[in-house]
Structure formats: C-alpha cells, structure tokens
Design a protein around this ligand. Structure first.
Ligand code: CA
Length: 413
C-alpha cells in the first residue's frame, strides 16, 4: 500500500499518510444496494449515449464497490510533506541511477519517440520515473471498478463519470480490452499514468502495432507523454526551470507566483541566475518566479516548459521534481539547497487554524478547509504586508505563529 504513495495523483502528491494504512471498511447492505442502483442507471446512461450494450455490459455487469477506494478518497493526510523532502525523494540518487539504466535499456524506444517528437529524452525518462518508477509500479486496481466506486460515492462524481465515458471509448475503439484496464486507485493507467480522458486525447502508437499500449510498450508510453507535452507547447530549445537569486529588497508585494514577465524584466530588477549568467536567448523568454518555501528558501525562474509539465500534473512540486530528476539523469547537477528546514509546512489542523485566524482578522481565506491554496496564500500575503513581514505567502510554522499571536491579541481587546 505504501508503494501507492509514490503515485503522483494530485491528492497524494504533497501528502504522506499520517498513520498506518487503514483497513478496508465493510460495505454495508444499504451501500451495496445504493451502488447497485447507481450501476444499473449508469449502464443505461452509457447505452443512451450510444455505447454498444455489450461493451456497457462488459464494463458494468457484476461490478461491486471497492472499499479500498473509499478509504483512500476519505483519508486526508494530516501531515503535509515539505517540498524539499518531496524533491530530494523525486530526484534521489537511486532514482537517477535507475533512470539512466532504464533509458539505456530502452534507448530504441526513446529514439523512436525522438523521431516523432522534439522533447528532451531526459524529461521523458524523468516523467516515467515519477509516474511508475520506470514501469515498475503501474497500479493493479481495476480502473473501471475504482472509477465506478468514486462516481457512486459522489465526491468526485463528475470526474469519475467522464473517465468512465472515456473508458467506454477506449474499449469501443479496440485500444484496450476490459481486463487490461489496470491502474492506480484514482484511475491513472500504465507506465505514464494517464487517466482515461488523457489517454483518449493524447495516447499514441509509436511502435506501429496499431494499439496505443501505454502498459506494455515503452515506446507507446513515452511517446504518449511526449505528445502530451508537445500539445502543451513544449519547446525543446528552451529551459524548464532555473534556480535564481533575488536581489536585496526584492519587491514581494508586486510578485505573485503567476506573474509572467520576460526574463530581461526580472534581470533589470536584479534577479540573477544562481549559477552563471542568463543566456541571451533566454532574456526574451517569459518566466514566472517560484518561491515555494518562502523568502528564506530558494527561488526559481519557471519557463513555459514548466507550465507544460504542470499540464501533466498540476503541481509545482511535481514539475520541479521532473525537471531536477531530468537534469540529474542528464549530468551531475546538485539539488537546490538552503530550504527552511525549521519552518515546515502546516499540518491540516494547523492550516485550518491559520485560515480561521486570518479570516477573523479580516483576511478572508474564502473557506476553511485545511488546504493552503491560492486564496489562503493571498490572505496570508495581505496579513504579512500589513504586519511588516515579507509577503511571501508561505504557510509555515513562522507565519502560523505570527497569525495566531495576532489573533490572540485581537481576542483580548
Ligand atoms: Ca503500439
């Protein structure tokens, strides 16, 4: 079960399970009956949409709830993994060595992909490493049963139903047989962990056997990843991400992680490469500045290729992980250092406390859910600005202590 934590679903990415693995719960008779009603209705809905009844039947007949899926979907881990811990794991020496070995063993597949797509092979290898440990860990859940359980459960109904519609298309087109559809608990499949809608939109047949086999064909899997990045605007001549040094007095108030400017504009403000000088070509490229662990941690210039990686998986940590794993597979590159190891991210409980205190102090976090997203970071930045702190929006222990102290002072008035 722990192996699944390596999987990079959006939910699992920053998260480590707090305690021992939960035991699958029993499915009550009421739930079984409710699922059966949903299943019958959904099968009918597939046929109404034009899915061949024999395919709808092959997908849905006899399906039952998978209680393991309910456990996973309801387990919101309490502890949030610091981005530096994630990054050091994502681009660890072992993963680098395994990546070089896998790339050498499948050099032919990578070359075949390279004939069709202009995407850096170290990047493809790194994605392969983070998604499935180079094809070793693809998940062995019955994807249809997993998605049906998620759809019935309701919390992720529209996601799961659209995935099931895509599964029906996959089977109808002969891309995969019913029983081949194995993957992660959340429906990600094969060596590059595509969800079914992504598979339908982006999977390709590289080895020429007429099937888009992201499970058994390395060429198809890596080619499908290359196709996804190409459609997302991959530019093989451009960098992905570079560590930068911010000038003293950097204007945090005018910065947001989404603000995109030409590198030349950042350079004029004093933003320098951590190592070396900006390339002339790069000065014209737009980049965002990432400061993922606050002003006391490292900063990065993220180019449009970084955003293409985030189309693969919408997570800054993931994209940094792919980028640094690729750099390290390609050569001797050190991982970023200088992380604020004493200023760790908040637990879910602390995050809820922070959101509550900020909102009570007049900095609305747009909800109290224990997840630090853009709204919480914006509220924290406003608090930091008003209290003479660096407005970096990093929700670590230091920010938490400051906000809760301000809340307590406010309460005493
Ligand atoms: Ca194929």
């Amino acid at each position: 079960m722990m192996l699944n934590l390596l999987k990079t679903s959006i939910l699992a990415l920053f998260a480590v399970a707090a305690g021992a693995a939960a035991f699958a719960q029993e499915v009550s008779r009421e739930d079984a009956a409710s699922f059966e009603a949903w299943r019958t209705g959904f099968e009918f809905g597939l046929i109404e949409r034009g899915v061949d009844p024999s395919i709808a039947g092959a997908m849905m007949d006899g399906l039952t709830i998978d209680p393991r899926i309910l456990d996973r979907d309801s387990n919101q881990p309490e502890f949030v993994r610091p981005i530096w811990v994630y990054l050091n794991g994502a681009a660890s020496d072992v993963r680098v060595a395994n990546g070089r070995r896998a790339a050498a063993a499948h050099a032919g597949a990578l070359s075949a992909v390279g004939e069709r797509f202009d995407v850096d092979r170290d990047i493809l290898t790194a994605i392969w490493g983070l998604e499935s440990a180079y094809g070793e860990i693809m998940g062995d859940f019955d994807v249809i049963r997993s998605l049906a359980t998620l759809a019935w459960d309701g919390r992720r109904r529209s996601f799961a139903q659209s995935q099931l519609f895509a599964v029906a298309e996959m089977i109808e087109n002969g891309y995969a047989a019913r029983d081949d559809l194995r993957g992660s608990w959340a429906g990600a499949m094969g060596q590059t962990q595509f969800i079914p809608t992504t598979y339908m939109a982006r999977a390709v047949d590289i080895d020429g056997d007429g099937r888009r086999d992201i499970w058994a064909s390395e060429a198809d899997a890596l080619g499908s990843a290359a196709n996804l990045l190409t459609v997302a605007g991959w530019d093989a001549n451009a960098p992905v991400v570079a560590e930068v040094v911010l000038p003293d007095g950097f204007n945090y108030a005018a910065w947001t992680p989404r603000r995109r400017r030409a590198v030349s504009a950042w350079a004029l403000e004093g933003v320098q490469l951590a190592d070396g000088e900006w390339e002339a070509d790069d000065l014209y490229r737009p980049a965002r500045l990432l400061i993922p662990a606050g002003a006391s941690g490292p900063a990065f210039a993220a180019f449009s290729n970084f955003d293409a990686l985030m189309e693969y998986n919408n997570s800054t940590a993931y994209a940094l992980g792919v980028a640094y794993l690729a750099k390290r597979i390609g050569g001797d590159v050190d991982l970023p250092e200088g992380w604020p190891e004493g200023d760790v991210p908040l637990t879910r409980t602390q995050a809820r406390e922070l959101q509550t205190a900020l909102t009570e102090l007049g900095f609305d976090t747009q909800g109290i859910d224990g997840r630090i997203g853009p709204n919480s970071r914006a509220a924290l930045r406003a608090f930091q600005r008003e209290n003479g702190m660096t407005p970096d929006g990093y929700a670590g222990r230091r920010a938490y202590d400051a906000v809760l102290a301000a809340g307590a002072r406010e309460g005493e008035r």
